[in-house]
Design a protein around this ligand. Sequence first.
Ligand SMILES: O=C(O)CCCC[C@@H]1SC[C@@H]2NC(=O)N[C@@H]21
Ligand code: NA
Length: 616
Amino acid sequence: MDPSDQKHFTVVDYVIFAVLLAASMAIGLYYALSGGRQRTTQEFLMADRSMGCLPVSLSLIASFQSAVAIIGVPAEIYTHGTQYWFIGCAYILGLIIPAHVFIPVLYRLRISSAYQYLELRFSKTVRICGTLTFIFQMVIYMGVCVYTPAFALNAVTGFELWGTVLATGLVCTLYTTLGGLKAVIWTDVFQTVVMFAGQLAVIVVGVLRTGGVSEVWRKVWEGNRIAGLDLNPDPTERHTFWTLGVGGIFLMLSLYGVNQAQVQRYLSSRTEKEAVRSCYMVFPSLQLALALSCVMGLVMFARYCGEDHSDKLGSSSRDAMVVYFVMDMLQGLPGLPGLFVACLFSAALSTISSAFNSLATVTMEDLIKPHFPAMTEARATLLSKVLAMSYGLLCLAMAYLTHLMGDSVLQVALKIFGMVGGPILGLFCLGMFFPWANSIGAVAGLGAGLTVSFWIGVGSIVTRTSGMKPLPPDCRVALLSNDTTAAIQTALSNVTLSRPSGLKRFYSLSYMWYSGFNCFTVILIGLIISFITGPMKEEDVTPGTIYPLLGKLLCFLPEHLKKKLCCVTPLGQTLAPPQRSSPPQHKESNGLVGASQEEMESFLPEAPFVEYETAV
Ligand SMILES: O=C(O)CCCC[C@@H]1SC[C@@H]2NC(=O)N[C@@H]21
Ligand code: NA
Protein backbone atom coordinates (compact mmCIF):
# COMPACT_ATOMS: atom_id res chain seq x y z
CA MET A 1 0.00 0.00 0.00
CA ASP A 2 1.47 3.36 -0.98
CA PRO A 3 2.49 5.49 2.01
CA SER A 4 0.45 8.47 0.81
CA ASP A 5 -2.78 6.64 1.66
CA GLN A 6 -1.62 5.01 4.85
CA LYS A 7 -3.90 5.81 7.75
CA HIS A 8 -1.84 7.14 10.59
CA PHE A 9 -2.30 6.93 14.30
CA THR A 10 -2.32 9.97 16.52
CA VAL A 11 -0.48 9.94 19.81
CA VAL A 12 -3.77 9.32 21.60
CA ASP A 13 -4.19 6.05 19.71
CA TYR A 14 -0.79 4.76 20.71
CA VAL A 15 -1.51 5.76 24.29
CA ILE A 16 -4.77 3.78 24.33
CA PHE A 17 -3.01 0.75 22.88
CA ALA A 18 -0.24 1.03 25.47
CA VAL A 19 -2.83 1.39 28.25
CA LEU A 20 -4.43 -1.89 27.17
CA LEU A 21 -1.14 -3.77 27.33
CA ALA A 22 -0.30 -2.13 30.65
CA ALA A 23 -3.71 -3.00 32.15
CA SER A 24 -3.29 -6.63 31.11
CA MET A 25 0.17 -6.70 32.65
CA ALA A 26 -1.15 -5.12 35.85
CA ILE A 27 -3.82 -7.79 36.25
CA GLY A 28 -1.19 -10.45 35.67
CA LEU A 29 1.15 -8.93 38.24
CA TYR A 30 -1.70 -8.54 40.74
CA TYR A 31 -2.37 -12.28 40.67
CA ALA A 32 1.32 -13.03 40.79
CA LEU A 33 1.63 -11.08 44.03
CA SER A 34 -1.72 -11.80 45.68
CA GLY A 35 -3.54 -14.90 46.91
CA GLY A 36 -1.26 -17.89 47.05
CA ARG A 37 1.19 -16.00 44.83
CA GLN A 38 0.94 -18.80 42.26
CA ARG A 39 3.02 -21.17 44.38
CA THR A 40 1.08 -24.35 43.58
CA THR A 41 -0.07 -25.91 40.33
CA GLN A 42 -3.58 -26.03 41.82
CA GLU A 43 -3.52 -22.24 41.85
CA PHE A 44 -1.37 -21.61 38.77
CA LEU A 45 -3.17 -24.05 36.49
CA MET A 46 -6.60 -24.42 38.10
CA ALA A 47 -7.17 -21.05 39.83
CA ASP A 48 -7.72 -23.03 43.05
CA ARG A 49 -11.03 -24.20 41.53
CA SER A 50 -12.52 -21.07 43.04
CA MET A 51 -13.95 -19.19 40.04
CA GLY A 52 -17.51 -17.83 39.72
CA CYS A 53 -19.65 -18.27 36.59
CA LEU A 54 -19.44 -14.64 35.35
CA PRO A 55 -15.67 -14.42 34.88
CA VAL A 56 -15.58 -18.00 33.64
CA SER A 57 -18.29 -17.33 31.01
CA LEU A 58 -16.56 -14.18 29.70
CA SER A 59 -13.28 -16.05 29.65
CA LEU A 60 -14.93 -18.89 27.72
CA ILE A 61 -15.98 -16.36 25.05
CA ALA A 62 -12.56 -14.75 24.90
CA SER A 63 -10.75 -18.03 24.40
CA PHE A 64 -12.12 -18.57 20.90
CA GLN A 65 -13.08 -15.07 19.85
CA SER A 66 -9.83 -13.63 18.61
CA ALA A 67 -8.76 -11.07 16.04
CA VAL A 68 -9.57 -13.79 13.52
CA ALA A 69 -13.27 -13.33 14.25
CA ILE A 70 -13.01 -9.53 14.57
CA ILE A 71 -11.39 -9.25 11.14
CA GLY A 72 -12.34 -12.51 9.41
CA VAL A 73 -16.11 -12.43 9.98
CA PRO A 74 -16.67 -8.91 8.55
CA ALA A 75 -14.53 -9.90 5.56
CA GLU A 76 -16.66 -13.04 5.17
CA ILE A 77 -19.92 -11.05 5.31
CA TYR A 78 -18.57 -8.46 2.86
CA THR A 79 -17.51 -11.12 0.36
CA HIS A 80 -20.24 -13.77 0.69
CA GLY A 81 -23.16 -12.14 2.51
CA THR A 82 -24.77 -12.98 5.85
CA GLN A 83 -25.02 -16.77 5.36
CA TYR A 84 -22.27 -17.20 7.98
CA TRP A 85 -24.62 -15.66 10.59
CA PHE A 86 -26.51 -18.96 10.66
CA ILE A 87 -23.63 -20.44 12.65
CA GLY A 88 -25.48 -18.83 15.57
CA CYS A 89 -28.02 -21.68 15.30
CA ALA A 90 -25.20 -24.09 16.16
CA TYR A 91 -24.61 -22.27 19.47
CA ILE A 92 -27.80 -23.74 20.97
CA LEU A 93 -26.91 -27.44 20.91
CA GLY A 94 -23.23 -26.46 20.76
CA LEU A 95 -23.52 -25.22 24.35
CA ILE A 96 -26.36 -27.34 25.78
CA ILE A 97 -24.55 -30.62 25.04
CA PRO A 98 -21.31 -29.47 26.74
CA ALA A 99 -23.34 -28.22 29.72
CA HIS A 100 -25.22 -31.49 30.24
CA VAL A 101 -22.91 -34.14 28.84
CA PHE A 102 -19.25 -33.17 28.88
CA ILE A 103 -19.12 -30.93 31.98
CA PRO A 104 -20.82 -33.43 34.35
CA VAL A 105 -18.56 -36.29 33.27
CA LEU A 106 -15.33 -34.27 33.30
CA TYR A 107 -16.10 -32.16 36.37
CA ARG A 108 -16.93 -35.13 38.63
CA LEU A 109 -13.67 -36.84 37.77
CA ARG A 110 -11.90 -33.84 39.36
CA ILE A 111 -9.10 -33.87 36.81
CA SER A 112 -6.90 -30.97 35.65
CA SER A 113 -6.36 -31.98 32.06
CA ALA A 114 -9.21 -33.13 29.83
CA TYR A 115 -6.90 -35.84 28.54
CA GLN A 116 -6.66 -37.48 31.96
CA TYR A 117 -10.18 -38.62 31.08
CA LEU A 118 -8.70 -40.62 28.18
CA GLU A 119 -6.36 -42.50 30.50
CA LEU A 120 -9.20 -43.24 32.92
CA ARG A 121 -11.44 -44.46 30.12
CA PHE A 122 -8.84 -46.07 27.86
CA SER A 123 -5.10 -46.07 28.59
CA LYS A 124 -2.06 -43.86 29.05
CA THR A 125 -1.26 -44.22 25.34
CA VAL A 126 -4.63 -42.80 24.32
CA ARG A 127 -4.09 -39.93 26.77
CA ILE A 128 -0.69 -39.10 25.25
CA CYS A 129 -2.15 -39.24 21.71
CA GLY A 130 -4.96 -36.89 22.71
CA THR A 131 -2.56 -34.47 24.39
CA LEU A 132 -0.16 -34.35 21.46
CA THR A 133 -3.05 -33.79 19.01
CA PHE A 134 -4.33 -30.94 21.17
CA ILE A 135 -0.87 -29.35 21.37
CA PHE A 136 -0.55 -29.55 17.59
CA GLN A 137 -3.95 -27.89 17.10
CA MET A 138 -3.37 -25.04 19.56
CA VAL A 139 0.16 -24.21 18.46
CA ILE A 140 -0.94 -23.66 14.86
CA TYR A 141 -4.08 -21.81 15.96
CA MET A 142 -1.99 -19.55 18.22
CA GLY A 143 0.20 -18.68 15.27
CA VAL A 144 -2.84 -17.50 13.30
CA CYS A 145 -4.06 -15.49 16.30
CA VAL A 146 -0.78 -13.66 16.83
CA TYR A 147 -0.20 -13.01 13.16
CA THR A 148 -3.68 -11.75 12.18
CA PRO A 149 -3.82 -8.41 14.03
CA ALA A 150 -0.21 -7.55 13.31
CA PHE A 151 -0.51 -8.35 9.60
CA ALA A 152 -3.79 -6.49 9.15
CA LEU A 153 -2.53 -3.39 10.94
CA ASN A 154 0.73 -3.40 9.07
CA ALA A 155 -1.04 -3.67 5.70
CA VAL A 156 -3.10 -0.57 6.38
CA THR A 157 -1.22 1.62 8.79
CA GLY A 158 2.40 0.63 8.39
CA PHE A 159 2.22 -0.40 12.05
CA GLU A 160 5.54 -2.20 12.63
CA LEU A 161 4.64 -5.88 11.93
CA TRP A 162 7.17 -8.02 13.76
CA GLY A 163 7.61 -5.43 16.50
CA THR A 164 3.87 -5.76 17.19
CA VAL A 165 4.01 -9.54 17.10
CA LEU A 166 6.89 -9.46 19.54
CA ALA A 167 5.20 -6.95 21.88
CA THR A 168 1.97 -8.95 21.86
CA GLY A 169 3.71 -12.25 22.41
CA LEU A 170 5.95 -11.00 25.21
CA VAL A 171 3.27 -9.11 27.16
CA CYS A 172 0.99 -12.12 26.88
CA THR A 173 3.68 -14.60 27.88
CA LEU A 174 4.62 -12.45 30.87
CA TYR A 175 1.21 -12.01 32.46
CA THR A 176 0.28 -15.62 31.72
CA THR A 177 3.52 -16.86 33.23
CA LEU A 178 3.28 -14.60 36.26
CA GLY A 179 -0.41 -14.74 37.08
CA GLY A 180 -1.52 -18.20 35.95
CA LEU A 181 -5.11 -19.11 35.18
CA LYS A 182 -6.56 -16.49 37.54
CA ALA A 183 -4.74 -13.74 35.63
CA VAL A 184 -5.73 -15.25 32.29
CA ILE A 185 -9.41 -15.40 33.26
CA TRP A 186 -9.55 -11.85 34.69
CA THR A 187 -7.61 -10.34 31.78
CA ASP A 188 -10.03 -12.22 29.49
CA VAL A 189 -12.92 -10.46 31.26
CA PHE A 190 -11.30 -7.05 30.78
CA GLN A 191 -10.32 -7.82 27.18
CA THR A 192 -13.79 -9.08 26.23
CA VAL A 193 -15.27 -5.76 27.35
CA VAL A 194 -12.69 -3.86 25.26
CA MET A 195 -13.44 -6.16 22.31
CA PHE A 196 -17.18 -5.41 22.38
CA ALA A 197 -16.58 -1.67 22.91
CA GLY A 198 -14.23 -1.41 19.95
CA GLN A 199 -16.60 -3.20 17.57
CA LEU A 200 -19.57 -1.15 18.75
CA ALA A 201 -17.67 2.10 18.18
CA VAL A 202 -16.82 1.12 14.61
CA ILE A 203 -20.44 0.13 13.88
CA VAL A 204 -21.94 3.34 15.31
CA VAL A 205 -19.48 5.65 13.54
CA GLY A 206 -19.70 3.53 10.37
CA VAL A 207 -23.50 3.75 10.20
CA LEU A 208 -23.49 7.49 10.89
CA ARG A 209 -20.90 8.09 8.20
CA THR A 210 -22.68 5.92 5.65
CA GLY A 211 -25.93 7.83 5.78
CA GLY A 212 -27.79 6.13 8.64
CA VAL A 213 -29.42 2.76 9.23
CA SER A 214 -31.95 2.95 6.40
CA GLU A 215 -29.26 3.87 3.88
CA VAL A 216 -27.01 1.03 5.05
CA TRP A 217 -29.93 -1.40 4.89
CA ARG A 218 -30.87 -0.28 1.36
CA LYS A 219 -27.32 -0.75 0.09
CA VAL A 220 -26.81 -4.19 1.60
CA TRP A 221 -30.25 -5.31 0.43
CA GLU A 222 -29.56 -4.15 -3.13
CA GLY A 223 -26.09 -5.69 -2.91
CA ASN A 224 -27.90 -8.99 -2.12
CA ARG A 225 -25.76 -9.40 0.97
CA ILE A 226 -28.73 -10.42 3.10
CA ALA A 227 -28.85 -14.21 2.75
CA GLY A 228 -32.07 -16.18 3.09
CA LEU A 229 -32.39 -19.65 4.61
CA ASP A 230 -30.37 -21.82 2.25
CA LEU A 231 -31.58 -25.41 2.79
CA ASN A 232 -29.46 -26.82 -0.03
CA PRO A 233 -28.47 -30.31 1.24
CA ASP A 234 -25.33 -30.45 -0.93
CA PRO A 235 -22.44 -31.02 1.54
CA THR A 236 -19.96 -29.47 -0.88
CA GLU A 237 -21.88 -26.17 -0.77
CA ARG A 238 -19.57 -23.97 1.35
CA HIS A 239 -22.11 -22.18 3.59
CA THR A 240 -25.69 -23.39 3.93
CA PHE A 241 -28.01 -23.69 6.91
CA TRP A 242 -26.88 -27.35 7.21
CA THR A 243 -23.12 -26.77 7.01
CA LEU A 244 -23.29 -23.86 9.48
CA GLY A 245 -26.26 -24.78 11.70
CA VAL A 246 -25.54 -28.52 11.93
CA GLY A 247 -21.87 -28.85 10.92
CA GLY A 248 -21.22 -25.91 13.25
CA ILE A 249 -22.55 -27.93 16.21
CA PHE A 250 -19.62 -30.34 15.92
CA LEU A 251 -17.25 -27.37 15.63
CA MET A 252 -18.73 -25.94 18.84
CA LEU A 253 -18.57 -29.31 20.63
CA SER A 254 -14.90 -29.70 19.67
CA LEU A 255 -14.22 -26.26 21.22
CA TYR A 256 -16.71 -25.84 24.10
CA GLY A 257 -17.04 -29.53 24.95
CA VAL A 258 -13.61 -31.12 24.92
CA ASN A 259 -10.99 -28.44 24.17
CA GLN A 260 -8.61 -28.16 27.14
CA ALA A 261 -8.76 -24.35 27.14
CA GLN A 262 -12.51 -24.49 27.82
CA VAL A 263 -12.51 -27.62 29.96
CA GLN A 264 -9.91 -26.02 32.24
CA ARG A 265 -12.32 -23.10 32.81
CA TYR A 266 -15.17 -25.46 33.61
CA LEU A 267 -12.89 -27.34 36.04
CA SER A 268 -11.72 -24.06 37.65
CA SER A 269 -15.35 -23.28 38.63
CA ARG A 270 -16.07 -23.59 42.32
CA THR A 271 -18.98 -26.01 41.76
CA GLU A 272 -20.33 -28.09 38.88
CA LYS A 273 -23.46 -25.92 38.88
CA GLU A 274 -21.30 -22.81 38.42
CA ALA A 275 -19.60 -24.49 35.47
CA VAL A 276 -22.93 -25.39 33.85
CA ARG A 277 -24.24 -21.87 34.49
CA SER A 278 -21.12 -20.35 32.90
CA CYS A 279 -21.72 -22.50 29.83
CA TYR A 280 -25.29 -21.18 29.57
CA MET A 281 -24.08 -17.60 30.08
CA VAL A 282 -21.78 -17.98 27.08
CA PHE A 283 -24.80 -18.18 24.75
CA PRO A 284 -26.00 -14.53 24.78
CA SER A 285 -22.49 -13.12 24.71
CA LEU A 286 -21.49 -15.39 21.82
CA GLN A 287 -24.60 -14.31 19.87
CA LEU A 288 -23.71 -10.66 20.58
CA ALA A 289 -20.13 -11.18 19.41
CA LEU A 290 -21.39 -12.85 16.21
CA ALA A 291 -23.95 -10.07 15.59
CA LEU A 292 -21.36 -7.32 16.09
CA SER A 293 -18.89 -8.81 13.64
CA CYS A 294 -21.61 -9.57 11.05
CA VAL A 295 -23.09 -6.06 11.27
CA MET A 296 -19.59 -4.62 10.93
CA GLY A 297 -19.27 -6.55 7.66
CA LEU A 298 -22.61 -5.18 6.43
CA VAL A 299 -21.69 -1.58 7.27
CA MET A 300 -18.39 -2.08 5.49
CA PHE A 301 -20.24 -3.35 2.44
CA ALA A 302 -22.66 -0.42 2.48
CA ARG A 303 -19.73 1.93 2.75
CA TYR A 304 -17.55 0.63 -0.08
CA CYS A 305 -19.92 -0.98 -2.49
CA GLY A 306 -19.96 1.41 -5.44
CA GLU A 307 -16.79 3.26 -4.55
CA ASP A 308 -13.46 2.16 -5.89
CA HIS A 309 -10.48 1.71 -3.54
CA SER A 310 -8.45 -0.73 -5.57
CA ASP A 311 -5.54 1.69 -5.98
CA LYS A 312 -5.28 2.13 -2.21
CA LEU A 313 -5.26 -1.47 -1.07
CA GLY A 314 -3.91 -3.26 -4.10
CA SER A 315 -3.30 -6.92 -3.53
CA SER A 316 -3.80 -7.05 0.24
CA SER A 317 -6.52 -9.47 1.23
CA ARG A 318 -10.11 -8.84 2.24
CA ASP A 319 -8.95 -9.24 5.83
CA ALA A 320 -6.74 -6.17 5.58
CA MET A 321 -9.65 -4.34 4.01
CA VAL A 322 -11.56 -4.56 7.29
CA VAL A 323 -8.80 -2.62 9.02
CA TYR A 324 -8.75 -0.15 6.13
CA PHE A 325 -12.51 0.35 6.56
CA VAL A 326 -12.11 0.93 10.30
CA MET A 327 -9.25 3.40 9.90
CA ASP A 328 -11.24 5.14 7.18
CA MET A 329 -14.32 5.40 9.44
CA LEU A 330 -12.48 6.47 12.55
CA GLN A 331 -10.17 9.01 10.90
CA GLY A 332 -10.36 12.37 12.59
CA LEU A 333 -11.81 10.88 15.78
CA PRO A 334 -8.69 10.77 17.98
CA GLY A 335 -8.67 7.80 20.33
CA LEU A 336 -11.13 5.66 18.37
CA PRO A 337 -8.55 4.11 16.04
CA GLY A 338 -6.56 3.34 19.19
CA LEU A 339 -9.68 1.81 20.75
CA PHE A 340 -10.10 -0.46 17.74
CA VAL A 341 -6.45 -1.48 17.81
CA ALA A 342 -6.91 -2.19 21.53
CA CYS A 343 -10.00 -4.24 20.62
CA LEU A 344 -8.03 -6.20 18.04
CA PHE A 345 -5.20 -6.95 20.42
CA SER A 346 -7.57 -7.71 23.30
CA ALA A 347 -9.14 -10.36 21.13
CA ALA A 348 -5.73 -11.74 20.24
CA LEU A 349 -4.24 -11.58 23.74
CA SER A 350 -7.22 -13.24 25.42
CA THR A 351 -7.07 -16.15 23.02
CA ILE A 352 -3.30 -16.55 23.07
CA SER A 353 -3.08 -16.40 26.87
CA SER A 354 -5.76 -19.09 27.13
CA ALA A 355 -3.83 -21.21 24.65
CA PHE A 356 -0.51 -20.74 26.51
CA ASN A 357 -2.03 -21.63 29.84
CA SER A 358 -3.88 -24.69 28.56
CA LEU A 359 -0.80 -25.90 26.70
CA ALA A 360 1.32 -25.52 29.86
CA THR A 361 -1.34 -27.40 31.84
CA VAL A 362 -1.58 -30.42 29.57
CA THR A 363 2.18 -30.57 29.07
CA MET A 364 2.61 -30.56 32.84
CA GLU A 365 -0.25 -32.90 33.73
CA ASP A 366 -0.09 -35.31 30.82
CA LEU A 367 3.51 -35.42 29.67
CA ILE A 368 5.71 -34.49 32.62
CA LYS A 369 4.07 -35.27 35.97
CA PRO A 370 3.34 -38.93 35.15
CA HIS A 371 7.09 -39.47 34.64
CA PHE A 372 8.27 -37.44 37.64
CA PRO A 373 5.84 -38.37 40.44
CA ALA A 374 8.21 -37.21 43.15
CA MET A 375 8.47 -33.68 41.74
CA THR A 376 7.91 -31.03 44.40
CA GLU A 377 5.12 -28.45 44.01
CA ALA A 378 7.61 -25.60 43.78
CA ARG A 379 9.57 -27.24 41.00
CA ALA A 380 6.36 -28.26 39.19
CA THR A 381 5.05 -24.68 39.32
CA LEU A 382 8.36 -23.30 38.11
CA LEU A 383 8.37 -25.80 35.24
CA SER A 384 4.80 -24.79 34.34
CA LYS A 385 5.97 -21.18 34.06
CA VAL A 386 8.92 -22.14 31.90
CA LEU A 387 6.53 -24.09 29.68
CA ALA A 388 4.20 -21.07 29.31
CA MET A 389 7.23 -18.98 28.29
CA SER A 390 8.50 -21.53 25.78
CA TYR A 391 5.06 -21.94 24.21
CA GLY A 392 5.02 -18.15 23.87
CA LEU A 393 8.20 -18.15 21.86
CA LEU A 394 7.07 -21.15 19.79
CA CYS A 395 3.93 -19.26 18.89
CA LEU A 396 5.93 -16.35 17.48
CA ALA A 397 7.55 -18.85 15.14
CA MET A 398 4.13 -20.21 14.18
CA ALA A 399 3.04 -16.64 13.38
CA TYR A 400 5.55 -16.63 10.58
CA LEU A 401 4.13 -19.92 9.26
CA THR A 402 0.71 -18.27 9.02
CA HIS A 403 2.34 -15.64 6.85
CA LEU A 404 2.68 -18.38 4.26
CA MET A 405 -0.86 -19.78 4.48
CA GLY A 406 -2.54 -17.11 2.36
CA ASP A 407 -6.17 -18.20 2.91
CA SER A 408 -8.62 -15.90 4.70
CA VAL A 409 -7.71 -16.14 8.39
CA LEU A 410 -11.25 -17.15 9.41
CA GLN A 411 -11.10 -20.01 6.92
CA VAL A 412 -7.69 -21.11 8.23
CA ALA A 413 -8.82 -21.09 11.86
CA LEU A 414 -12.06 -22.96 11.19
CA LYS A 415 -10.22 -25.53 9.07
CA ILE A 416 -7.73 -26.15 11.89
CA PHE A 417 -10.60 -26.73 14.33
CA GLY A 418 -12.29 -29.06 11.88
CA MET A 419 -9.22 -31.03 10.89
CA VAL A 420 -7.72 -31.46 14.37
CA GLY A 421 -10.50 -30.61 16.83
CA GLY A 422 -12.94 -32.94 15.07
CA PRO A 423 -10.93 -36.13 15.66
CA ILE A 424 -10.35 -35.21 19.33
CA LEU A 425 -14.12 -34.72 19.72
CA GLY A 426 -14.58 -38.14 18.15
CA LEU A 427 -12.18 -39.67 20.67
CA PHE A 428 -14.13 -38.29 23.64
CA CYS A 429 -17.49 -39.30 22.14
CA LEU A 430 -16.14 -42.81 21.50
CA GLY A 431 -15.12 -43.01 25.15
CA MET A 432 -18.22 -41.47 26.70
CA PHE A 433 -21.01 -42.96 24.62
CA PHE A 434 -19.69 -46.41 23.65
CA PRO A 435 -18.68 -48.61 26.62
CA TRP A 436 -17.47 -51.34 24.26
CA ALA A 437 -14.69 -49.13 22.80
CA ASN A 438 -11.21 -50.20 23.89
CA SER A 439 -7.79 -48.51 23.79
CA ILE A 440 -6.67 -50.09 20.54
CA GLY A 441 -9.88 -48.94 18.89
CA ALA A 442 -9.41 -45.45 20.31
CA VAL A 443 -5.85 -45.09 18.97
CA ALA A 444 -6.80 -46.60 15.61
CA GLY A 445 -9.86 -44.34 15.42
CA LEU A 446 -7.85 -41.21 16.18
CA GLY A 447 -5.22 -42.17 13.64
CA ALA A 448 -7.84 -42.82 10.97
CA GLY A 449 -9.65 -39.58 11.77
CA LEU A 450 -6.50 -37.47 11.52
CA THR A 451 -5.40 -39.23 8.33
CA VAL A 452 -8.75 -38.67 6.60
CA SER A 453 -8.96 -35.08 7.83
CA PHE A 454 -5.54 -34.18 6.48
CA TRP A 455 -6.32 -35.99 3.27
CA ILE A 456 -9.41 -33.84 2.73
CA GLY A 457 -7.78 -30.67 4.09
CA VAL A 458 -4.73 -30.86 1.85
CA GLY A 459 -6.87 -32.05 -1.06
CA SER A 460 -9.14 -29.03 -0.73
CA ILE A 461 -6.16 -26.66 -0.75
CA VAL A 462 -4.70 -28.32 -3.84
CA THR A 463 -7.97 -28.21 -5.75
CA ARG A 464 -9.02 -24.85 -4.31
CA THR A 465 -12.12 -23.37 -5.92
CA SER A 466 -13.29 -20.47 -3.80
CA GLY A 467 -15.09 -17.78 -5.76
CA MET A 468 -16.65 -14.50 -4.65
CA LYS A 469 -20.45 -14.27 -4.55
CA PRO A 470 -21.49 -12.50 -7.80
CA LEU A 471 -22.23 -8.80 -7.33
CA PRO A 472 -25.10 -6.88 -8.90
CA PRO A 473 -23.88 -4.91 -11.93
CA ASP A 474 -24.24 -1.51 -10.25
CA CYS A 475 -22.05 -2.34 -7.28
CA ARG A 476 -18.34 -2.66 -8.04
CA VAL A 477 -16.17 -4.39 -5.47
CA ALA A 478 -14.00 -1.80 -3.73
CA LEU A 479 -10.87 -3.86 -4.11
CA LEU A 480 -11.04 -4.51 -7.84
CA SER A 481 -10.81 -1.90 -10.54
CA ASN A 482 -13.68 -1.53 -13.01
CA ASP A 483 -12.33 -3.63 -15.85
CA THR A 484 -11.36 -6.46 -13.51
CA THR A 485 -14.89 -6.47 -12.11
CA ALA A 486 -16.32 -6.55 -15.63
CA ALA A 487 -14.00 -9.41 -16.50
CA ILE A 488 -15.14 -11.34 -13.40
CA GLN A 489 -18.80 -10.63 -14.18
CA THR A 490 -18.49 -12.02 -17.71
CA ALA A 491 -16.38 -14.96 -16.52
CA LEU A 492 -18.91 -15.83 -13.79
CA SER A 493 -21.94 -15.33 -15.99
CA ASN A 494 -20.98 -17.65 -18.80
CA VAL A 495 -18.96 -20.29 -17.00
CA THR A 496 -21.16 -23.09 -15.65
CA LEU A 497 -19.38 -24.39 -12.59
CA SER A 498 -18.59 -27.98 -13.55
CA ARG A 499 -19.95 -30.22 -10.77
CA PRO A 500 -16.92 -31.91 -9.21
CA SER A 501 -17.14 -35.71 -9.30
CA GLY A 502 -15.55 -38.56 -7.35
CA LEU A 503 -12.44 -37.66 -5.40
CA LYS A 504 -12.76 -33.99 -6.38
CA ARG A 505 -16.22 -34.01 -4.82
CA PHE A 506 -14.69 -35.52 -1.67
CA TYR A 507 -12.13 -32.67 -1.57
CA SER A 508 -14.80 -30.05 -2.09
CA LEU A 509 -16.65 -31.08 1.11
CA SER A 510 -17.50 -27.87 2.92
CA TYR A 511 -14.89 -27.16 5.61
CA MET A 512 -17.80 -26.65 8.02
CA TRP A 513 -18.42 -30.41 7.83
CA TYR A 514 -14.83 -31.30 8.75
CA SER A 515 -15.57 -31.43 12.50
CA GLY A 516 -18.61 -33.69 12.13
CA PHE A 517 -17.12 -35.86 9.41
CA ASN A 518 -13.84 -36.46 11.26
CA CYS A 519 -15.67 -37.06 14.54
CA PHE A 520 -17.75 -39.82 12.97
CA THR A 521 -14.72 -41.31 11.25
CA VAL A 522 -13.00 -41.72 14.64
CA ILE A 523 -16.12 -43.25 16.21
CA LEU A 524 -16.77 -45.62 13.30
CA ILE A 525 -13.19 -46.89 12.97
CA GLY A 526 -12.82 -46.94 16.76
CA LEU A 527 -15.87 -49.18 17.18
CA ILE A 528 -14.92 -51.49 14.31
CA ILE A 529 -11.38 -52.03 15.64
CA SER A 530 -12.74 -52.43 19.19
CA PHE A 531 -15.13 -55.18 18.14
CA ILE A 532 -12.42 -56.88 16.09
CA THR A 533 -9.90 -56.81 18.95
CA GLY A 534 -12.44 -57.73 21.62
CA PRO A 535 -14.84 -55.08 22.96
CA MET A 536 -14.49 -53.92 26.55
CA LYS A 537 -16.86 -55.39 29.11
CA GLU A 538 -18.99 -52.82 30.89
CA GLU A 539 -17.75 -53.86 34.32
CA ASP A 540 -14.17 -53.13 33.26
CA VAL A 541 -14.92 -49.52 32.36
CA THR A 542 -13.79 -47.03 35.01
CA PRO A 543 -16.98 -45.80 36.69
CA GLY A 544 -17.90 -42.21 35.95
CA THR A 545 -16.29 -42.17 32.50
CA ILE A 546 -19.42 -43.20 30.61
CA TYR A 547 -22.37 -40.95 29.75
CA PRO A 548 -25.50 -43.12 29.59
CA LEU A 549 -26.43 -41.86 26.13
CA LEU A 550 -28.59 -44.89 25.26
CA GLY A 551 -30.29 -44.77 28.63
CA LYS A 552 -31.05 -41.07 28.19
CA LEU A 553 -32.18 -41.39 24.57
CA LEU A 554 -34.43 -44.32 25.42
CA CYS A 555 -35.65 -42.69 28.66
CA PHE A 556 -39.23 -43.02 27.40
CA LEU A 557 -38.96 -46.83 27.49
CA PRO A 558 -40.18 -48.74 30.56
CA GLU A 559 -37.40 -50.06 32.80
CA HIS A 560 -37.63 -53.73 31.87
CA LEU A 561 -37.35 -52.91 28.15
CA LYS A 562 -34.37 -50.63 28.78
CA LYS A 563 -32.76 -53.42 30.78
CA LYS A 564 -33.13 -55.84 27.85
CA LEU A 565 -32.17 -53.31 25.16
CA CYS A 566 -29.08 -51.63 26.43
CA CYS A 567 -28.38 -53.44 29.68
CA VAL A 568 -28.30 -50.14 31.43
CA THR A 569 -29.84 -49.74 34.85
CA PRO A 570 -29.18 -46.65 36.96
CA LEU A 571 -28.19 -48.06 40.33
CA GLY A 572 -28.84 -46.24 43.58
CA GLN A 573 -25.21 -46.46 44.66
CA THR A 574 -21.87 -46.38 42.89
CA LEU A 575 -20.24 -49.80 42.56
CA ALA A 576 -16.84 -50.35 44.13
CA PRO A 577 -14.42 -49.48 41.34
CA PRO A 578 -12.79 -52.49 39.70
CA GLN A 579 -9.29 -53.54 40.80
CA ARG A 580 -6.95 -51.50 38.56
CA SER A 581 -4.60 -53.81 36.70
CA SER A 582 -1.51 -51.65 37.18
CA PRO A 583 -0.55 -50.62 40.75
CA PRO A 584 -1.02 -46.87 41.21
CA GLN A 585 2.12 -45.27 39.74
CA HIS A 586 1.90 -42.08 41.69
CA LYS A 587 -0.43 -40.16 43.96
CA GLU A 588 -1.96 -37.40 41.91
CA SER A 589 -3.22 -34.66 44.22
CA ASN A 590 -5.93 -33.56 41.86
CA GLY A 591 -6.72 -36.45 39.62
CA LEU A 592 -7.95 -40.03 39.78
CA VAL A 593 -5.20 -41.43 37.64
CA GLY A 594 -3.37 -44.02 39.65
CA ALA A 595 -5.47 -43.09 42.67
CA SER A 596 -5.90 -45.69 45.35
CA GLN A 597 -9.14 -47.60 45.83
CA GLU A 598 -10.58 -45.47 48.60
CA GLU A 599 -9.60 -42.25 46.78
CA MET A 600 -11.40 -43.56 43.73
CA GLU A 601 -14.55 -44.14 45.76
CA SER A 602 -14.40 -40.72 47.38
CA PHE A 603 -14.24 -39.01 43.99
CA LEU A 604 -16.77 -41.13 42.18
CA PRO A 605 -19.89 -39.31 40.99
CA GLU A 606 -23.09 -39.94 42.87
CA ALA A 607 -25.91 -42.14 41.65
CA PRO A 608 -27.20 -40.34 38.55
CA PHE A 609 -24.28 -41.76 36.75
CA VAL A 610 -24.99 -45.15 35.48
CA GLU A 611 -23.05 -48.21 36.46
CA TYR A 612 -23.47 -51.06 34.08
CA GLU A 613 -24.91 -54.34 35.19
CA THR A 614 -24.04 -57.29 33.00
CA ALA A 615 -26.95 -58.01 30.70
CA VAL A 616 -29.27 -60.45 32.35
O1 LIG B 1 -12.10 -16.11 16.42
C1 LIG B 1 -11.29 -17.04 16.32
O2 LIG B 1 -10.16 -17.04 16.80
C2 LIG B 1 -11.70 -18.30 15.59
C3 LIG B 1 -12.90 -18.09 14.75
C4 LIG B 1 -14.18 -18.43 15.51
C5 LIG B 1 -14.11 -19.81 16.12
C6 LIG B 1 -15.45 -20.39 16.44
S1 LIG B 1 -16.69 -20.02 15.32
C7 LIG B 1 -17.95 -20.55 16.40
C8 LIG B 1 -17.52 -20.08 17.77
N1 LIG B 1 -17.90 -18.72 17.96
C9 LIG B 1 -16.85 -17.94 18.24
O3 LIG B 1 -16.92 -16.74 18.53
N2 LIG B 1 -15.72 -18.64 18.19
C10 LIG B 1 -16.00 -20.03 17.84
NA1 NA C 1 -9.82 -13.79 22.31
